[in-house]
Design a binder for this molecule. Structure first.
Ligand SMILES: Cc1cc2nc3c(=O)[nH]c(=O)nc-3n(C[C@H](O)[C@H](O)[C@H](O)COP(=O)(O)O)c2cc1C
Length: 499
């Protein structure tokens, strides 16, 4: 079920993925909310395999749907029955018994799985990290620590949402931890004491070499397992900090070397995507002694310009500021930077901690295939909570088992050979024509519209049936991408110019 998914998010769009979900309280036999979440987070095989084999939903009058906060609007029973009847019979393996495949490391220090909270509000207090660890996260990159005062604005977030109302892209103008260094060091001590097996990555930002060195030293003394250097926050009030550093390789090298003087722990340089290429900063970090890289931090952005006030969001008393963009919308940009780092021969051997828009195990897998050895997440946690770790771990573990891959380590960077930063390498002599599944086709004609106005006028509409003219089709696949029914597929390949 890796390619063709039976159920999609769109099948449960009206589900709010509730906290303390009434559907689960109402169901006497299972936890429908957990199963719906698995469908949402691209884990339908596991959702299906978790259902009781005797299909209790078939003869049930669906108290789950009656208890739902959107009474009757979420097709819980139908989804459970489809999982049983359509997904379960096609699932290739049982749910694997252990999660050993997920174990990996950051610079030789063990991670029970690749998933860490990334440095942000989601990892900013003892209680938050403790709850995340209990939920199954392998570690946390703690909210960036600094020794200067932080005063945040309100509001500080804004978002672009998709049709379901869920956040696709997220803008923040937040800076660093507003706890004192001493308070944060106490948090590290308590976390390490209570959770010795979890990885504490301490994110730091200094104002000069002495501060970078001192913060790195303090973090090691107080229980951190690694240090991440924040060369990439785009929201700093003062000039010369955060992404201002990340854009100047000489500063990256100098401050990395300073931090290395203060610690024996692995040091990761967190780089800014607000550059054309990341390699100059990454190579500078290596020269400074970095053991690894982390990317991406947020992308400078403007969103939501208000048509009445002309002020972009978030508006703070009539003013706004360029701020960092994150969330699922930035994933392609993040992947491109990860691949650039992964392909750079000069950086071979450096650990890459990948982030930027990861919500599901499949997103995480894409980062791993592009060279990430660990995964960090913020925006999806802000939106959905620490509980997403269940489907991240379950899904990745199931995928590895299904593919017969012994360890996640074995596929780090496995997709890099397919990526080229030039289109020169591509074969240009053949055309991959679309095929039409007329049983699935609803006759909407969206493929016709797109091919007429955005393509090559190669689809005719005859009695509401799309017909391809192979002499005009260039195989661009726009029709496939716009089809709401998933009724168009890659079909026959032909050498261009030949019939
Ligand atoms: C509200 C918010 C606060 C953040 N604070 C920090 C920070 O203090 N230090 C840091 O290195 N990155 C910070 N980030 C960036 C994230 O760690 C991460 O690099 C970025 O959001 C991309 O990942 P995501 O799409 O999973 O959120 C912050 C991001 C957000 C959304």
């Amino acid at each position: 079920m890796l390619i063709n998914r039976v159920l999609k998010r769109s099948d449960i769009l009206s589900c709010s993925l509730c906290h303390d979900a009434p559907c689960s309280s109402a169901c006497p036999v299972m936890d429908p909310a957990r199963i719906l979440r698995s469908v949402w987070f691209d884990n339908q095989d596991i959702a299906a395999l978790r259902l009781p084999a005797d299909n209790p939903c078939l003869n049930c009058d669906a108290p789950c749907e009656k208890a739902c906060i959107h009474t009757g609007k979420v097709p819980v029973k139908d989804v459970m029955i489809r999982l049983q009847s359509e997904v379960r019979p096609r699932s290739e393996i049982d749910i694997p018994e252990d999660e050993d495949r997920l174990a990996c490391d950051i610079c030789g220090r063990r991670l029970e799985n690749p998933f860490l909270l990334s440095s942000s509000v989601v990892a900013s207090t003892y209680d938050m990290c403790a709850r995340a660890f209990e939920a199954g996260w392998a570690g946390a990159c703690f909210k960036t620590i600094c020794s200067f005062d932080i005063h945040e604005a309100s509001p500080r977030f804004s978002a672009i949402t998709g049709d379901s109302g869920s956040i696709v892209g997220f803008k923040n103008i937040e800076q660093l931890s507003d706890h004192s260094v001493a308070e944060n060091m106490e948090i590290f001590r308590r976390l390490k004491d209570r959770y010795p097996g979890k990885f504490i990555l301490a994110s730091i930002m200094g104002q000069d070499e002495a501060e970078w060195e001192e913060l790195a030293r303090l973090c090691e003394e107080n229980g951190a397992d690694g240090i991440e250097l924040n060369f990439s926050c785009p929201n700093m009030q003062e000039d010369g900090l955060g992404s201002d550093i990340g854009q100047i390789p000489e500063l990256v090298e100098r401050y990395t070397a300073a931090a290395k003087r203060g610690t024996t722990l692995p040091v990761l340089a967190k780089l800014t995507p607000n550059v054309a290429n990341m390699s100059p900063a990454a190579e500078a970090a290596l020269r400074g002694g970095a053991d690894g890289l982390a990317a991406i931090n947020t992308i400078k952005s403007i969103i939501g310009v208000n048509p009445l006030t002309f002020v972009s969001a978030p508006a703070v008393k009539g003013r706004s500021a360029i701020g960092g963009y994150s969330g699922n919308a930035v994933k392609p940009i993040a992947l491109r930077f990860i691949a650039e780092l992964g392909q750079n021969e000069a950086l071979k051997g450096l650990h890459i901690s990948g982030m930027g828009g990861i919500e599901t195990w499949r997103d995480a897998l894409e980062f791993i295939l592009m060279g990430a050895g660990s995964i960090q997440i913020t925006t999806a946690v802000m939106q959905y909570g620490y509980r997403i770790i269940d489907d991240l771990k379950d899904g990745l573990n199931y995928y590895l088992a299904q593919m017969g891959i012994r360890s996640v380590r074995d596929i780090i960077g496995a997709g890099l050979d397919s990526v080229s930063d030039s289109t020169d390498v591509l074969e240009r002599d053949s055309i991959l024509f679309p095929g039409f599944d007329h049983d699935k086709c609803s006759g909407c004609g969206r493929c016709v519209i797109s091919c007429m106005d955005g393509g090559h006028q190669a689809i005719r509409f005859e009695d509401r049936v799309p017909r391809l003219d192979g002499s005009k089709c260039v195989g661009c696949h726009l029709c496939m991408l716009v089809c709401p029914e998933g009724a168009i597929f890659p079909a026959a390949k032909r050498i261009a110019g030949r019939r």
